[in-house]
Design a protein around this ligand. Structure first.
Ligand SMILES: N[C@@H](CCC(=O)N[C@@H](CS)C(=O)NCC(=O)O)C(=O)O
Length: 259
């Protein structure tokens, strides 16, 4: 597929966002060329609201705007001919959509809350990952804006030691469920091949696994607080954790992003 720069889809992201990694992975996996436009937190709102959204990712494709990661995957799959991330078979497609929604609504918010709770005291480390690839003036503003960003994140995600503990318990619960599904030896969550359900599970589990191959900006596992590192190693060593790491190593190869 050829795209002139005028029709090249633009993916608006934040460097450390796992929902952005979900959309980025889908575009890469489908080999759909796009240009990524990463923004620093808070400043991302100038780009997203201009395009009718709030959160990242947002995909701008010609005259169309997709302001939710699932809508981006569905659109990209259709543009590439369909029956790729979403099976054409309606029963299989329903199963994929149900799992994607479940991971979007439960797994994503809980991995994010727990990861932020561990990293909020590590302001320097967070600033490094939050500015990777963003415009220079946004990177320059973030040191000044960091205290307010951290305060907003803590309030918006209702982060307390107690809520962080509940979130990691919920993550363990979902991992256990996925372990049980995989126990029958199935290679993927739905059907015989990689789908949006697998991709969504692995991308949204990334903040607790730090997988090799993940293109969201994360600190190296050696740099994070010891308690976070130990939890990540524990989760990596579960059936669901190993499954997510395998998906990153087998299904997250090339990038179709255009510089
Ligand atoms: N349902 C949305 C959730 C996206 C989301 O929560 N994005 C976060 C980053 S991981 C965000 O942009 N938060 C800041 C904001 O809402 O302005 C999707 O799937 O795209």
């Amino acid at each position: 597929m050829t795209h002139s720069s005028a029709t090249l889809p633009v993916l608006i992201t934040m460097p450390h966002s796992h929902y952005s990694e979900k959309a980025r992975w889908a575009l890469d996996w489908l080999s759909l060329p796009y240009r990524e436009e990463p923004h620093a937190p808070l400043l991302h709102r100038f780009a997203t609201t201009r395009n009718g959204g709030r959160s990242v990712p947002v995909l701008v494709h010609g005259a169309s705007r997709f302001v939710d990661s699932t809508d981006i995957l569905v659109h990209a799959d259709a543009v590439c001919g369909g029956d790729l991330l979403y099976p054409r078979d309606s029963a299989l497609r329903c199963a994929v959509e149900a799992l994607e929604e479940r991971f979007d609504d439960e797994l994503g918010p809980h991995t994010r809350r727990w990861a932020y709770a561990q990293l909020l005291p590590e302001s320097r480390l967070l600033r490094q990952v939050m500015t990777r690839g963003v415009p220079w003036f946004e990177a320059g503003l973030l040191p000044v804006g960091m205290p307010i960003v951290l305060r907003i994140v803590r309030a918006a995600l209702r982060i307390t030691p107690e809520s962080a503990r509940r979130s990691i318990e919920r993550v363990h619960g979902i991992f256990q469920e996925v372990d049980e599904w995989l126990n029958d030896g199935r290679p993927f969550l739905v059907g015989e091949r990689f789908t949006a359900a697998d991709l969504t599970f692995a991308a949204l589990a990334a903040p607790v696994l730090f997988p090799a191959g993940c293109r969201a900006a994360y600190p190296a596992l050696e740099e994070v607080p010891a308690a976070m590192r130990e939890e990540a190693l524990l989760l990596r060593d579960t059936g669901a954790g190993r499954f997510a790491l395998r998906l990153f190593s087998q299904e997250r190869a090339g990038s179709s992003a255009v510089a």
